[in-house]
Design a protein around this ligand. Structure first.
Ligand SMILES: [Fe+2]
Ligand SMILES: [Fe+2]
Length: 369
């Protein structure tokens, strides 16, 4: 894995290393019962589906500026940015370009940092989960996550040359997930919440970059892996939560965790770093990121897989439902969970807006919501 780091990833204020204190049990399973057949089947599937990041076609030229220019041309030379996105202040052509480049790089950078979180979380699961089948699968996932970190890092530093440090709110969620001593909370935070959100975000990346073949290839491959990872969480936690193995008090703590993580991901994972880098009025633009229909639909869709997955593991309880009803997230409860269908289904109005922004007709076979 040799590549040119055209522009290294910027460091957070805390410096190059982030160390958190964790307290957890490291557990041997001397019984090796190996009786959870669904998990073992997933392990077999994971081993067979391994791929090498070096085999992707890294010779593909990635030029976001050129790509944006040809989109504008396809739309008849007019930019729909100001009209469709309704920004708090209109941006001229040069600033729109800057905005698009930064937004794309910001999202991909958070993918990179989330992948590193997944790498550490899964290594922790190998140590702490009390049955061998899950240790096997988690070990397989560790290798997947290392590859995902490698791919996004290479794409950002060799191809884009623009990147961002970890968003502090994402950092907080990763820290909480990693530092908790209860093994199932690490699963819940990573496999259900973070990876559920990532699956939907990857789907959106594919929709917003139909004309960039390298990111299409990367995203499709990573989504294939992530679908197994979420399935791993769903299978393991479903057993635990649905079979009444936890006390009501313990279940309540899991509900609290889900509700807190949801607020953090939905209300605080915004692009403040993009606004800062562009010297925009952060307060005004944050309000825009929360309120404008396109961004709202974008953030809403991030939960389209989390909600059915929570239902599947028995955590869409009355308390979680009440919190989700307030956030208008229950609309996804009847969607397919990640073990049935990996793709998130974007609402039709979101796809229509996106089609206009791209200056393109919808790609054939695109889900029509
Ligand atoms: Fe991953
Ligand atoms: Fe993953």
């Amino acid at each position: 894995m040799e590549y040119t780091q055209r522009n290294p990833v910027p460091l957070p204020a805390s410096g190059p290393l982030g160390t958190i204190q964790t307290q957890m049990d490291t557990t041997f399973d001397w019984e090796y019962a190996l009786k959870q057949h669904k998990l073992l089947a997933l392990y077999e599937k994971g081993k067979a589906a391994t791929w090498n990041a070096s085999d992707l076609d890294w010779s593909i030229e990635v030029d976001i500026e050129k790509l944006m220019a040809s989109r504008r041309e396809a739309a008849g030379g007019v930019s729909l940015f100001n009209r469709l996105l309704d920004p708090p202040q209109p941006l001229d052509e040069k600033r729109q370009m800057e905005f698009n480049i930064n937004m794309n790089a910001w999202l991909l950078s958070q993918f990179l940092h989330g992948e590193q979180g997944a790498l550490l979380a899964t290594a922790k699961i190998v140590q702490s989960v009390p049955f061998e089948e899950a240790k096997f699968y988690a070990a397989n996932q560790v290798a997947d996550e290392a590859r995902h970190v490698e791919v996004y890092h290479r794409y950002l530093t060799e191809k884009l040359g623009v990147s961002f440090e970890v968003n502090p709110n994402l950092g907080e969620l990763l820290d909480t997930t990693l530092s908790d001593p209860r093994w199932d909370i690490t699963y819940l935070g990573m496999q259900i919440m973070v990876e559920g959100l990532a699956l939907a975000a990857f789907g959106q990346m594919r929709l917003t970059m139909p004309d960039e073949p390298l990111i299409q290839e990367i995203t499709t491959r990573i989504m294939g892996d992530e679908a197994r990872h979420v399935a791993f969480g769903v299978l393991t936690l479903g057993e635990l939560y649905r079979n009444g193995e936890l006390t009501p008090q313990e279940m309540r703590e899991r509900e609290d965790f889900v509700i807190d993580a949801t607020h953090l991901m939905r209300e605080r994972l915004l692009m403040q770093q993009v606004f800062e880098r562009m010297d925009l009025d952060v307060k005004v633009w944050l309000e825009w990121a929360k309120q404008t229909p396109f961004m709202k639909a974008f953030r809403q869709m991030l939960f389209s897989k989390i909600v059915p997955n929570l239902k599947r593991i028995g955590l869409l309880t009355p308390r979680v439902r009440a919190a989700y009803a307030k956030l208008d997230l229950l609309r996804f409860e009847h969607e397919k969970d990640s073990t049935e269908e990996i793709e998130a289904k974007p609402p039709a109005e979101f796809l229509e807006l996106l089609r206009q922004l791209l200056g393109q007709p919808p790609a054939p076979g695109l889900p029509s919501g």
